[in-house]
Design a protein around this ligand. Structure first.
Ligand SMILES: *Cc1c(COP(=O)(O)O)cnc(C)c1O
Length: 424
């Protein structure tokens, strides 16, 4: 597959007249088409709902677009709850899938009518003490332990993950919650991340559906929904085959009809909490080459850095790079593409074959629409970039301005020098 940017050199030249690089650019058309496809893929399930994982792309403007397709919000922190509330979350629109949760966050989640997804059996008491009751609708996060495999491929290692309750604990939790007055139950599990296979969701569904049947039978708790959470990945690399969401939806339907329907559980709603799949491919980081350095290796220095996109530095993640206007030139040069942080891992690409890059060339770093901007940080006093939306009609809109030094210094407002810095 050839990975093509959703923006042309000419469009970027137009945008940079107003907003200088670096910035994250989002593709409204792509976001909308994908959200439609997801909705269609699960339309067989009456109660289906996607709760967008807010942490992936916490921009209210973008999340409001997803809302048009019926999406809710998956939150795990105070500010994510506040943001969802501001966009207009109604009771039931928020899934609060947090862990190691501070009391005030349970309190706000309850106040907003969020569905609370308990990460641990000890949170039952903690929640009850915090909000004074057990909600009528409640969910528990499940972790079966061991390795999660598809055929012989190890997808991930739930046994090593901090999340969720063991099998024994979730049965116990359901009994306790039911005795305390809970009426409707949900189960949630997130067992593998960034899966690029149509088999992950159906496999996960089978694990959860089978546990759900036993849970309902043994505890008498009515299971209202099963939350397949996130984990559907995207093809960061050009040689990866993208997931087919229609095939995935059908795969889940097959298991639903095989396991839940015969158990008399054909009323169970399927929920998802996708982040990466919803936004990843529909964002890119646009950056300009500002230095070339020829030492022991060939380096291209750009005006973005790991503070704008942490995944390569943090996980060694691959992000495809296109040099705008040179799409058809041969990839004849091997470069490390670097940012300016005083950290040697601040490299967007290592030993990457690219066309010859000249100073001033604009590079598009692909697939930054999820877990991109949002993982940013301020190391070296680097400032977070702007976010710009490329609209369906080709026009653009600023949806987050770039940070200024005053933003960076804002929390020094408790003493003199700080106040001076903020005023500058
Ligand atoms: C991060 C997260 C998601 C979204 O994960 P993606 O890999 O972006 O799909 C969903 N649910 C929970 C609880 C998460 O922590």
């Amino acid at each position: 597959m050839i990975k093509e940017p959703f923006v042309t050199k000419e469009q970027v030249a137009e945008i940079t007249k107003t907003w200088p690089t670096p910035f994250h650019l989002y593709d409204e058309k792509g976001i909308r088409r994908n959200a439609e496809a997801l909705k269609k893929a699960f339309s067989w399930n009456k109660g289906y709902k996607e709760y967008f994982a807010v942490k992936a792309t916490p921009n209210p403007f973008l999340i409001r677009i997803l809302r048009e397709y019926g999406c809710g919000y998956d939150c795990s922190s105070l500010t994510e709850l506040m943001l969802s509330d501001a966009i207009g979350a109604e009771p039931g629109d928020i899934m609060f899938s947090s862990n190691d949760t501070p009391a005030e966050e349970f309190a706000l989640a309850d106040k907003l009518g969020a569905i609370i997804n308990l990460d641990d059996i000890t949170h039952i008491d903690f929640l009850e003490k915090t909000i004074g009751h057990i909600p009528e609708t409640i969910s528990c996060r499940y972790n079966p332990g061991g390795l999660f495999k598809i055929s012989n491929d190890i997808m991930d290692n739930p046994g090593d993950a901090k999340y969720g309750m063991t099998t024994e604990q979730i049965f116990e939790a359901f009994k306790i919650l039911k005795a305390k007055g809970a009426k409707e139950f949900g189960i949630h599990a997130f067992l593998a991340s960034n899966t690029v296979t149509n088999d992950y969701y159906p496999m996960l569904a089978k694990v959860l559906f089978e546990v759900a049947v036993k849970l309902q039978k043994e505890t008498g708790a009515h299971i209202k929904f099963i939350n397949l959470s996130g984990g559907i990945g995207i093809p960061y690399k050009p040689d990866q085959e993208p997931n087919d969401i229609q095939v995935i939806g059908e795969g889940v339907r097959r298991v639903y009809e095989e396991v839940l329907v015969p158990a008399g559980m054909g009323d169970v709603a399927i929920y998802t909490e996708l982040g990466r799949f919803m936004m990843g491919p529909y964002g890119c980081l646009v950056t300009t080459a500002i230095h070339e350095k020829h030492t022991h290796k060939e380096y291209i220095g750009v005006d973005a850095c790991a503070a704008n996109l942490m995944r390569p530095a943090m996980y060694g993640a691959y992000h495809h790079i296109t040099v705008l206007g040179k799409e058809n030139e041969p990839c004849s040069h091997m470069y490390d593409v670097t940012g300016s942080l005083c950290e040697n891992n601040d490299k967007f690409a290592i030993d990457r074959m690219l066309p010859k890059i000249d100073m001033g060339d604009v590079l598009v770093i692909h697939d930054t629409g999820a877990h991109g901007f949002s993982m940013g940080y301020n190391y070296n006093g680097r400032l977070r970039s702007a976010e710009v939306l490329l609209k369906e009609d080709g026009s653009t809109q600023l949806i987050r301005r770039a940070e200024t030094p005053s933003d960076y210094f804002a929390t020094f407002d408790c003493f003199d020098i700080g106040k001076k810095l903020i005023a500058k």
